[in-house]
Design a protein around this ligand. Sequence first.
Ligand SMILES: Nc1nc2c(ncn2[C@@H]2O[C@H](COP(=O)(O)OP(=O)(O)OP(=O)(O)O)[C@@H](O)[C@H]2O)c(=O)[nH]1
Ligand SMILES: [Mg+2]
Length: 402
Amino acid sequence: MKFVDEALITVEAGKGGAGCLSFRREKYIPKGGPDGGDGGHGGSVILMADENLNTLIDYRFQPRYRADNGRPGAGRNKTGAGGSDLVLKVPVGTAIYNDETNTLVGEVVADGDVMTVAGGGRGGLGNTRFKSSTNRAPRRTTPGTPGEAYKLRLELRLLADVGLVGLPNAGKSTLISQLSAAKPKIADYPFTTLVPQLGVVSLAPHRNFVIADIPGLISGAAEGAGLGTRFLKHLTRTRILLHLVDVAPVDEKDPVEVVETIADELEQFSPSLAARERWLILNKVDLVNADERDAFIDALKEAFNWPHPVHVISGVTGDGCELLAYNLMTRLEELAIERREDPDVEAAERAWLEQMAEEAHERIAELREVRRAQRKGIDLEPEGDDDDDDDEHEMEVIVVRD
Ligand SMILES: Nc1nc2c(ncn2[C@@H]2O[C@H](COP(=O)(O)OP(=O)(O)OP(=O)(O)O)[C@@H](O)[C@H]2O)c(=O)[nH]1
Ligand SMILES: [Mg+2]
């Protein structure tokens, strides 16, 4: 199924039903009092997180949603039936923005989380409500109030503990397939991975974490080169990033420079994401001659002078991968304990996550504007067409093989 991580939808809650104007009319009771019931409440539109979903594709096909109206009240003081709520299932990790004000409405981050995004209108009052000692035959009723209506932007940001970054071909997908049961496509050309993939790394019962593989970044990614940086938003919920680098690339590029390039792209996308704990993974060591390996790696480590852990692995042979998984698990557990034990750490982490989400959201909105402007310049769009969400564009990748 196609991976879609943004969708623009309109939601409209149901109107409240009108209050009823009615008087008792019964045999032998010539002047019965008022008996008009209230209208029913309108149905609300509710989003619910469902762990079985991992794409927002359905919302591209069907962008408009309306909940039922409440039914009008009736005589004999009968309240109208309430309109049913409309429950829309979305993937876990969906953030909801009001598209007009560009503000975050909320997010659903655990299976079954619900959020009312448009509240149903209130039912009107029937004339019974207006009965008083001075007015025994009120003819007054109120109509129901309208339901709330909004234009919402849904943004999926996947939930993972560890995220992979690196150039295309660095071996990200190979590593995730080595560590987890995920079976991503692996090939010796750039942009093999077109959409994010998640893998669960299991060390023991209750000791597992989720790792996210995203499309590779290239120089200029922040301006949209290659697949661009938009998939980086899927790393904004992670705790640790792994920066993979091929230590023996066919083009013989300097690994230190390559890593700096990617770090610059990260920085341009979101400074707070770039400042996240990022481990350096020197990959493809199997390609270095066994007798030169130690000296080569030592020299590289010195050149990098990395502030966080450095691991030397081969995603293909599996060398160093088990230790990497173990150290990641241990570090994630350590971070979780720190958050649990110190409310300040927890608050700082929450602020950090929010900041990353905000920067990602802003950056992607800017890129969307750039794309829209580019398209407007290239082909003439019909007036008023603001259907800006055809990310299908971005899935078209030209692979250059030499
Ligand atoms: N010799 C060797 N080759 C590797 C290693 N890891 C990955 N490769 C090869 O490198 C190529 C690219 O690997 P991928 O895992 O597809 O790389 P990627 O980073 O996911 O690339 P994109 O999806 O294009 O961003 C493939 O031909 C892999 O077989 C390794 O540790 N050693
Ligand atoms: Mg890949």
